[in-house]
Design a protein. Structure first.
Ligand SMILES: Nc1nc2c(ncn2[C@@H]2O[C@H](COP(=O)(O)OP(=O)(O)O)[C@@H](O)[C@H]2O)c(=O)[nH]1
Ligand SMILES: [Mg+2]
Length: 291
Protein backbone atom coordinates (compact mmCIF):
# COMPACT_ATOMS: atom_id res chain seq x y z
CA UNK A 1 0.00 0.00 0.00
CA UNK A 2 1.48 3.31 -1.03
CA UNK A 3 0.85 6.56 0.81
CA UNK A 4 -1.17 7.98 -2.05
CA UNK A 5 -3.22 4.93 -3.03
CA UNK A 6 -6.41 6.81 -2.37
CA UNK A 7 -5.55 8.98 -5.36
CA UNK A 8 -5.68 6.15 -7.84
CA UNK A 9 -8.60 7.29 -9.95
CA UNK A 10 -9.73 7.67 -13.51
CA UNK A 11 -6.35 8.82 -14.79
CA UNK A 12 -4.72 5.49 -13.99
CA UNK A 13 -7.42 3.60 -15.87
CA UNK A 14 -6.52 5.10 -19.26
CA UNK A 15 -3.32 3.17 -19.79
CA UNK A 16 -4.81 -0.09 -20.98
CA UNK A 17 -2.21 -2.68 -22.06
CA UNK A 18 -1.94 -3.10 -25.80
CA UNK A 19 -4.16 -0.14 -26.67
CA UNK A 20 -2.94 2.58 -28.96
CA UNK A 21 -2.17 6.18 -28.21
CA UNK A 22 -4.64 8.13 -30.37
CA UNK A 23 -6.78 11.27 -30.29
CA UNK A 24 -9.41 9.53 -28.22
CA UNK A 25 -6.77 8.70 -25.63
CA UNK A 26 -5.59 12.30 -25.46
CA UNK A 27 -9.18 13.56 -25.13
CA UNK A 28 -9.90 11.11 -22.33
CA UNK A 29 -6.68 12.09 -20.61
CA UNK A 30 -7.53 15.78 -20.78
CA UNK A 31 -10.97 15.11 -19.33
CA UNK A 32 -9.56 12.96 -16.53
CA UNK A 33 -7.05 15.69 -15.65
CA UNK A 34 -9.82 18.27 -15.48
CA UNK A 35 -11.90 15.95 -13.28
CA UNK A 36 -8.93 15.58 -10.95
CA UNK A 37 -8.89 19.37 -10.41
CA UNK A 38 -5.83 20.15 -12.49
CA UNK A 39 -7.79 22.94 -14.20
CA UNK A 40 -8.68 23.20 -17.89
CA UNK A 41 -5.68 25.27 -18.87
CA UNK A 42 -3.09 23.00 -17.27
CA UNK A 43 -4.89 19.85 -18.49
CA UNK A 44 -4.57 21.11 -22.05
CA UNK A 45 -0.94 22.07 -21.55
CA UNK A 46 -0.05 18.66 -20.11
CA UNK A 47 -1.72 16.83 -22.98
CA UNK A 48 0.00 18.96 -25.62
CA UNK A 49 3.37 18.35 -24.02
CA UNK A 50 2.68 14.62 -23.81
CA UNK A 51 1.76 14.57 -27.49
CA UNK A 52 5.09 16.17 -28.33
CA UNK A 53 7.08 13.82 -26.17
CA UNK A 54 5.32 10.69 -27.42
CA UNK A 55 5.85 11.77 -30.99
CA UNK A 56 9.51 12.49 -30.44
CA UNK A 57 10.05 9.17 -28.69
CA UNK A 58 7.84 7.27 -31.18
CA UNK A 59 5.59 6.02 -28.39
CA UNK A 60 2.64 4.13 -29.85
CA UNK A 61 1.14 2.24 -26.92
CA UNK A 62 -0.70 3.62 -23.92
CA UNK A 63 1.32 1.53 -21.50
CA UNK A 64 4.47 3.27 -22.78
CA UNK A 65 2.85 6.70 -22.70
CA UNK A 66 2.29 6.13 -18.99
CA UNK A 67 6.02 6.26 -18.28
CA UNK A 68 6.39 9.39 -20.40
CA UNK A 69 3.54 11.12 -18.58
CA UNK A 70 4.90 10.09 -15.20
CA UNK A 71 8.27 11.59 -16.05
CA UNK A 72 6.62 14.75 -17.31
CA UNK A 73 4.46 15.25 -14.19
CA UNK A 74 7.32 14.47 -11.84
CA UNK A 75 9.36 17.15 -13.58
CA UNK A 76 6.46 19.56 -13.22
CA UNK A 77 6.20 18.92 -9.46
CA UNK A 78 9.95 19.14 -8.98
CA UNK A 79 10.13 22.42 -10.86
CA UNK A 80 8.49 24.08 -7.84
CA UNK A 81 11.84 24.02 -6.07
CA UNK A 82 13.49 22.43 -3.06
CA UNK A 83 11.34 20.59 -0.54
CA UNK A 84 14.00 20.78 2.17
CA UNK A 85 13.14 22.69 5.30
CA UNK A 86 15.57 25.46 6.20
CA UNK A 87 16.09 24.79 9.91
CA UNK A 88 19.75 25.63 10.22
CA UNK A 89 19.78 28.12 13.08
CA UNK A 90 18.95 27.42 16.70
CA UNK A 91 16.24 28.31 17.12
CA UNK A 92 14.64 28.21 13.70
CA UNK A 93 11.08 29.40 13.26
CA UNK A 94 8.28 27.80 11.26
CA UNK A 95 5.11 29.85 10.79
CA UNK A 96 2.04 27.93 9.74
CA UNK A 97 -0.69 29.83 7.95
CA UNK A 98 -3.88 28.85 6.16
CA UNK A 99 -7.62 29.37 6.21
CA UNK A 100 -9.69 28.12 9.12
CA UNK A 101 -10.13 24.38 9.14
CA UNK A 102 -7.34 23.71 6.64
CA UNK A 103 -5.41 21.77 9.25
CA UNK A 104 -2.87 24.22 10.71
CA UNK A 105 -3.04 23.10 14.32
CA UNK A 106 -3.19 19.40 13.46
CA UNK A 107 -0.25 19.69 11.05
CA UNK A 108 1.83 21.56 13.63
CA UNK A 109 1.22 18.70 16.07
CA UNK A 110 2.23 16.11 13.49
CA UNK A 111 5.29 18.06 12.37
CA UNK A 112 6.33 18.57 15.99
CA UNK A 113 6.09 14.82 16.63
CA UNK A 114 8.16 14.13 13.57
CA UNK A 115 10.87 16.61 14.53
CA UNK A 116 11.06 15.45 18.14
CA UNK A 117 11.24 11.89 16.78
CA UNK A 118 14.36 12.98 14.89
CA UNK A 119 15.86 14.18 18.15
CA UNK A 120 15.16 17.89 17.77
CA UNK A 121 13.67 19.97 20.54
CA UNK A 122 10.50 21.80 19.62
CA UNK A 123 8.44 24.54 21.21
CA UNK A 124 4.93 25.33 20.02
CA UNK A 125 3.69 28.90 19.91
CA UNK A 126 -0.07 29.40 20.20
CA UNK A 127 -0.25 32.29 17.75
CA UNK A 128 -3.94 31.71 16.98
CA UNK A 129 -5.28 33.82 19.82
CA UNK A 130 -8.62 34.41 18.13
CA UNK A 131 -10.34 31.67 20.12
CA UNK A 132 -9.19 30.19 23.43
CA UNK A 133 -10.06 26.75 22.06
CA UNK A 134 -7.30 27.08 19.47
CA UNK A 135 -4.60 27.21 22.16
CA UNK A 136 -6.28 24.37 24.06
CA UNK A 137 -6.20 22.25 20.93
CA UNK A 138 -2.54 23.08 20.35
CA UNK A 139 -1.76 22.16 23.95
CA UNK A 140 -3.23 18.70 23.41
CA UNK A 141 -0.97 18.27 20.40
CA UNK A 142 2.05 19.47 22.42
CA UNK A 143 1.27 16.68 24.88
CA UNK A 144 1.06 14.09 22.12
CA UNK A 145 4.25 15.28 20.46
CA UNK A 146 6.12 15.60 23.75
CA UNK A 147 7.10 19.24 23.42
CA UNK A 148 6.50 22.51 25.22
CA UNK A 149 4.01 25.23 24.39
CA UNK A 150 3.86 28.98 24.98
CA UNK A 151 0.41 30.54 25.11
CA UNK A 152 -1.29 33.65 26.37
CA UNK A 153 -4.89 34.59 27.02
CA UNK A 154 -7.50 34.74 24.28
CA UNK A 155 -7.27 37.92 22.21
CA UNK A 156 -3.57 38.47 22.97
CA UNK A 157 -1.35 39.91 20.26
CA UNK A 158 0.10 36.97 18.27
CA UNK A 159 3.40 38.85 17.89
CA UNK A 160 3.64 39.08 21.65
CA UNK A 161 3.08 35.32 22.04
CA UNK A 162 5.83 34.74 19.49
CA UNK A 163 8.10 37.14 21.39
CA UNK A 164 7.60 35.00 24.49
CA UNK A 165 8.08 31.77 22.55
CA UNK A 166 11.30 32.95 20.90
CA UNK A 167 12.77 34.08 24.19
CA UNK A 168 11.77 30.85 25.91
CA UNK A 169 13.34 28.95 23.01
CA UNK A 170 16.57 30.91 23.38
CA UNK A 171 16.66 30.39 27.14
CA UNK A 172 15.95 26.66 26.84
CA UNK A 173 18.19 26.03 23.82
CA UNK A 174 15.23 24.78 21.77
CA UNK A 175 15.92 23.90 18.12
CA UNK A 176 12.65 24.80 16.43
CA UNK A 177 9.68 27.05 17.22
CA UNK A 178 6.48 26.06 15.44
CA UNK A 179 4.02 28.92 15.39
CA UNK A 180 0.28 28.57 14.84
CA UNK A 181 -1.60 31.55 13.34
CA UNK A 182 -5.22 32.59 13.03
CA UNK A 183 -5.05 32.79 9.25
CA UNK A 184 -7.91 35.06 8.33
CA UNK A 185 -7.30 35.65 4.66
CA UNK A 186 -10.81 37.08 4.42
CA UNK A 187 -9.27 40.24 5.78
CA UNK A 188 -6.03 40.59 3.87
CA UNK A 189 -4.94 43.83 5.50
CA UNK A 190 -5.41 42.40 8.95
CA UNK A 191 -3.47 39.28 8.17
CA UNK A 192 -0.72 41.28 6.51
CA UNK A 193 -0.41 43.53 9.55
CA UNK A 194 -0.27 40.52 11.82
CA UNK A 195 2.40 38.79 9.75
CA UNK A 196 4.45 41.96 9.39
CA UNK A 197 4.44 42.42 13.11
CA UNK A 198 5.51 38.80 13.61
CA UNK A 199 8.26 39.33 11.08
CA UNK A 200 9.51 42.41 12.93
CA UNK A 201 9.65 40.47 16.19
CA UNK A 202 11.78 37.82 14.50
CA UNK A 203 14.07 40.41 12.88
CA UNK A 204 14.63 41.99 16.25
CA UNK A 205 14.83 38.93 18.50
CA UNK A 206 16.40 36.44 16.09
CA UNK A 207 18.20 38.33 13.33
CA UNK A 208 19.21 36.02 10.50
CA UNK A 209 17.30 33.03 11.86
CA UNK A 210 16.14 30.27 9.53
CA UNK A 211 12.46 30.76 8.77
CA UNK A 212 9.83 28.78 6.99
CA UNK A 213 6.37 30.08 6.21
CA UNK A 214 4.15 27.15 5.33
CA UNK A 215 0.60 27.16 4.07
CA UNK A 216 -1.76 24.36 5.00
CA UNK A 217 -3.85 23.63 1.94
CA UNK A 218 -6.88 21.34 2.19
CA UNK A 219 -6.59 18.99 -0.80
CA UNK A 220 -10.36 18.56 -0.90
CA UNK A 221 -10.95 22.24 -1.76
CA UNK A 222 -9.98 21.62 -5.38
CA UNK A 223 -9.25 24.52 -7.67
CA UNK A 224 -10.10 27.07 -4.99
CA UNK A 225 -6.90 25.91 -3.32
CA UNK A 226 -4.97 27.61 -6.07
CA UNK A 227 -6.50 30.97 -5.16
CA UNK A 228 -5.54 30.39 -1.52
CA UNK A 229 -1.91 29.71 -2.43
CA UNK A 230 -1.79 32.86 -4.54
CA UNK A 231 -3.45 34.97 -1.84
CA UNK A 232 -1.23 33.79 0.99
CA UNK A 233 1.88 33.94 -1.20
CA UNK A 234 1.23 37.60 -1.80
CA UNK A 235 0.67 38.37 1.86
CA UNK A 236 3.01 35.98 3.61
CA UNK A 237 5.80 35.04 1.18
CA UNK A 238 5.34 31.28 1.39
CA UNK A 239 8.30 28.90 1.43
CA UNK A 240 6.23 25.73 1.21
CA UNK A 241 2.90 23.96 1.43
CA UNK A 242 1.50 21.30 3.71
CA UNK A 243 -1.13 19.54 1.61
CA UNK A 244 -3.66 18.23 4.11
CA UNK A 245 -6.54 15.74 3.90
CA UNK A 246 -5.12 13.85 0.95
CA UNK A 247 -6.80 10.84 2.54
CA UNK A 248 -10.15 12.45 1.83
CA UNK A 249 -9.97 12.94 -1.92
CA UNK A 250 -9.29 11.03 -5.11
CA UNK A 251 -8.35 14.27 -6.81
CA UNK A 252 -4.70 15.18 -6.75
CA UNK A 253 -4.74 17.49 -9.74
CA UNK A 254 -4.68 20.69 -7.73
CA UNK A 255 -1.16 19.72 -6.61
CA UNK A 256 -0.07 19.92 -10.24
CA UNK A 257 -1.80 23.25 -10.74
CA UNK A 258 -0.19 24.71 -7.63
CA UNK A 259 3.28 23.64 -8.76
CA UNK A 260 2.76 24.98 -12.25
CA UNK A 261 1.13 28.27 -11.39
CA UNK A 262 2.66 29.34 -8.10
CA UNK A 263 6.03 27.62 -7.93
CA UNK A 264 5.58 27.02 -4.19
CA UNK A 265 6.75 23.48 -3.38
CA UNK A 266 4.60 21.03 -1.44
CA UNK A 267 6.88 19.96 1.39
CA UNK A 268 4.58 17.80 3.52
CA UNK A 269 1.35 15.90 3.18
CA UNK A 270 -1.36 15.15 5.74
CA UNK A 271 -3.04 11.79 5.33
CA UNK A 272 -5.41 11.56 8.28
CA UNK A 273 -6.18 12.86 11.74
CA UNK A 274 -3.59 10.87 13.67
CA UNK A 275 -0.10 11.92 14.73
CA UNK A 276 1.58 9.57 12.28
CA UNK A 277 -0.61 10.51 9.28
CA UNK A 278 2.05 12.83 7.95
CA UNK A 279 4.90 12.47 5.50
CA UNK A 280 7.36 14.42 3.38
CA UNK A 281 5.94 14.99 -0.08
CA UNK A 282 7.35 12.54 -2.60
CA UNK A 283 6.62 13.60 -6.21
CA UNK A 284 7.58 10.22 -7.69
CA UNK A 285 5.26 8.27 -5.37
CA UNK A 286 2.52 10.84 -5.86
CA UNK A 287 2.69 10.68 -9.65
CA UNK A 288 2.78 6.87 -9.62
CA UNK A 289 -0.42 6.90 -7.60
CA UNK A 290 -2.35 9.30 -9.81
CA UNK A 291 -1.18 8.00 -13.18
N1 LIG B 1 -8.79 13.43 7.25
C1 LIG B 1 -7.95 14.39 7.61
N2 LIG B 1 -8.36 15.33 8.47
C2 LIG B 1 -7.49 16.30 8.83
C3 LIG B 1 -6.16 16.35 8.31
N3 LIG B 1 -5.56 17.44 8.84
C4 LIG B 1 -6.48 18.03 9.65
N4 LIG B 1 -7.64 17.35 9.66
C5 LIG B 1 -8.88 17.67 10.36
O1 LIG B 1 -9.38 18.92 9.91
C6 LIG B 1 -10.04 19.62 10.96
C7 LIG B 1 -9.45 21.02 11.10
O2 LIG B 1 -8.10 20.91 11.51
P1 LIG B 1 -7.36 22.03 12.36
O3 LIG B 1 -5.95 21.57 12.55
O4 LIG B 1 -8.13 22.36 13.57
O5 LIG B 1 -7.43 23.25 11.33
P2 LIG B 1 -7.00 24.78 11.55
O6 LIG B 1 -8.28 25.54 11.77
O7 LIG B 1 -6.34 25.19 10.28
O8 LIG B 1 -6.08 24.85 12.71
C8 LIG B 1 -9.86 18.76 12.20
O9 LIG B 1 -11.02 18.00 12.40
C9 LIG B 1 -8.68 17.84 11.83
O10 LIG B 1 -8.73 16.61 12.52
C10 LIG B 1 -5.77 15.32 7.37
O11 LIG B 1 -4.64 15.29 6.84
N5 LIG B 1 -6.70 14.39 7.07
MG1 LIG C 1 -6.23 25.88 14.48
Amino acid sequence: MGLFDRLKGKLGGLFVEGEKVNDEFYDELEEALILSDAGAYLACEIVEELRKRCKKESVKLRQDARAVLRGQLTELLESAGSRDMDLKTRPSVVLVTGVNGAGKTTSIGKLAARLTGEGRTVLLCAGDTFRAAAADQLEIWAGRAGCGIIRQQEGADPASVLFDAVNAAKARGVDIVLCDTAGRLQNKQNLMNELNKISRVLDRELPGCSRETLLTLDATTGQNGLAQVKGFSEVAGLTGIILTKLDGTAKGGVTLAVARETGVPVKWVGLGEQLSDFAPFDPVGFVEAIV
